[in-house]
Each structure stands twice: as C-alpha cells, then as structure tokens.
Design a protein around this ligand. Structure first.
Ligand code: PHE
Length: 342
C-alpha cells in the first residue's frame, strides 16, 4: 500500500458517498468506511506488515485519509439535512392567496320561522306572548271550555290520553288537542283587559295525510275587555292577514261551531302568492266570541266583559303562505325541502 493506493481508496469512498442520497444511506456508508470493522480501520491494521521506517509516513497518510473522509461525511450530511428541510418547507406551504372555504350556516326551521312571524305580527298589535303545558288535564282541555264528558264535540278531536287520573284526582291526563285550554289558564291568572297569544305544540290521535299530522303547532289568541265585538275580531284578523300573507289580503267569516265561542266562525282568507297569483278563498282558522259560560269559568263577569278567541294551525299558515302541498314535509327532515326556507 502506498500513497497512490490510498488516493484510489479515497476516490472510491468519495464516489460512493456522493451517490448516497439520503440519511440512512449515509449511515450505511459510514459503517462501511469509518466503522470499527470498516475499510479505513483495515488500512490502519496494515501498519503491522510494514518495515519500521515506513510505518510513520504510512500512518500519517491513513490518518489524513480518515480525516478527509470524516470531513466529507459531515459536509454531505449537512447538505442532505438542508435539502430535506427545504423539501419539507416547500411541500408544507399554505397558499394564502387561495379562496377560503365558506362555513356552512344552519338556519331556522320553516315552522319556527312561521311561529316568529305570526307572533311578532300580534306583538305589533299589542298582544303578549304566553305559554302553557303540553300535557293537560281533561278539565282545561275540554270541560271548562263547555265540552262536558259525553258531549259530541269531544269526538271532533281524537285525543291521546296519558292516564285516567292525574295525581291530584282532577281527571284524566292527556296531550292537549288544541291551545284553547290556555284561554282558561290565562283568565285564571290575569284580569281584563286581556290581550294574549299562546303558541304551542298540540297532538291528535289522527292518521297522517297531506293535511293532518298527529302533532302540529297552534296559536291561540284571547282578548277580553269591555265592549269587545265581532268587528274587533275581524279587524284583528284582517291586520294579521295583511302582515303575514300579503298587503292586499282580504278576510271573510263563515259560520263555524266550537262549543266555547258564540257565535263561532271560520275565517277565510284570499291573498297574493309570492309568484303574483291571487288565491281562492281558503279556510284559515276557527274563531268566535268567547262563550259566557267560559268567561264565567274563568272568573270573569260576562255582563261586564266580552271577548274573542281564535286558534290557528301554524303549519296551515306556512302551507298557505308558501304554497306547500303536504303537511308531512315539515317533519320529514328532508334537507332538500328544509333548505328552501333559509
Ligand atoms: N280550538 C279550535 C281548534 O283546535 C280553534 C278555536 C280556538 C276555535 C278558539 C274557536 C276559538 O280548531
């Protein structure tokens, strides 16, 4: 082994180093050339075979080779680390000029929206908003409204009963079939003048079809004061129809029967749809002058005060307002339907 041989070894080692393209390859190269069992160590071991006067020169040359290779390794390692970093930085870049992804916003259910629209029309007319329980006692849902047991009017509404007796023995518990029990609940708590609306969910044991659901929202209205007349009822409902349906909406009464009002009427409306078409006369709600018995049941003197009440189906309001053909759409949770009312 002379210097020329060592130079060849160096050239070979450096060429291999050059072709090591990642850090694991570098580690392998290091073991092969500079490790305990590597080639440079083997060269050092050759010293024993040399004549004494050549050993020193040879030893220095091998040491120089070792240092050269170590320096080359360090350089290459630093180079590879640098380029790995560059690569990572380049592939991780965020392009801040790209347009953002829009966050999807939810919106109110069409029935919640209708409840707010309708109640706010009445708030504009000076009404207060009340609420009452969905689980009612027979007394409020029927009896105090002039519908005694066995009265045929009970069969107008199929009722979900919860139990025959409530805990206090005041009669059967049921799911309210309308919001009318709140007429009594309000009269028990406040004295005239009364002007309230009471929205809430009601239940009926009915088969569902395009116009019937077994649960639905109603909004009850009750006005009691001195000298309240049917004309006040009509004026209130005409204002409501103009606020909620269209500014040119018209209303008219036809006779209706509800045992808690006398006279009882049904309200018909005619209005302009968003597409500009004028509708036929459509039935909207039941109403009437509060029956004297009902006023008495509420502790109010019917000779001094009179009042009107009405109850409207809020799904019906939405059906008419938006021209929807089937009440079952509202609670089917089909987003294709619901998203039209964003
Ligand atoms: N409670 C009646 C119904 O459910 C509506 C109504 C309320 C009628 C108040 C007259 C007075 O259809």
């Amino acid at each position: 082994m002379d210097n020329q041989d060592l130079q060849q070894v160096a050239a070979e080692a450096l060429a291999e180093l050059e072709s090591a393209s990642d850090l694991p390859a570098l580690t392998r190269w290091k073991g092969q050339w500079l490790g305990d069992k590597g080639k440079v160590r083997a060269l050092i071991g050759n010293i024993r075979n040399l004549a004494t006067d050549q050993r020193s020169a040879y030893g220095q040359a091998v040491n120089a080779l070792k240092e050269q290779l170590e320096a080359a390794l360090n350089e290459r390692e630093a180079g590879l680390k640098q380029s790995a970093l560059h690569h990572a930085l380049a592939s991780d870049t965020v392009d801040i000029t790209l347009p953002g992804r829009p966050a999807e916003m939810g919106h109110m259910h069409v029935i919640s929206r209708t409840i707010r629209e309708v109640t706010s029309a009445f708030v504009q007319m000076g009404f207060q908003i009340w609420e009452g329980p969905e689980v009612e006692v027979d007394r409020y849902n029927f009896e105090l409204l002039n519908i005694p047991a066995e009265h045929p009017a009970r069969s107008m509404q199929d009722t979900f009963y919860i139990s025959d007796q409530d805990k206090r023995g005041t009669g059967s518990l049921l799911l309210r079939t309308h919001t009318s029990p709140n007429q009594m609940r309000v009269m028990e708590q406040v004295k005239p003048p009364i002007r309230v609306v009471v929205p809430g969910r009601c239940y009926r044991a009915e088969r569902t079809d395009a116009t019937h659901e077994f649960y639905f929202y109603q909004m009850e209205a009750l006005v009691v004061a001195e000298k309240v007349t049917l004309a006040d009822l009509k004026g209130t409902l005409a204002t409501f129809a103009r606020l909620v349906f269209s500014p040119d909406a018209e209303v008219r009464f036809v006779c209706g029967y509800f045992s808690y009002v006398e006279p009882g009427v049904e309200l018909m409306v005619r209005y302009t749809l968003p597409n500009g078409k004028r509708t036929n006369w459509l039935e909207l709600l039941g109403a009437g002058m509060v029956h004297p018995n009902v006023l008495r049941n509420g502790g109010i003197d019917p000779d001094k005060y009179s009042g009107f009440a009405f109850g409207m189906g809020l799904e019906r309001v939405a059906l008419l307002k938006y021209g929807i053909d089937d009440i079952r759409h509202f609670y089917a949770n089909d987003l294709r339907f619901l998203e039209q009312f964003g």
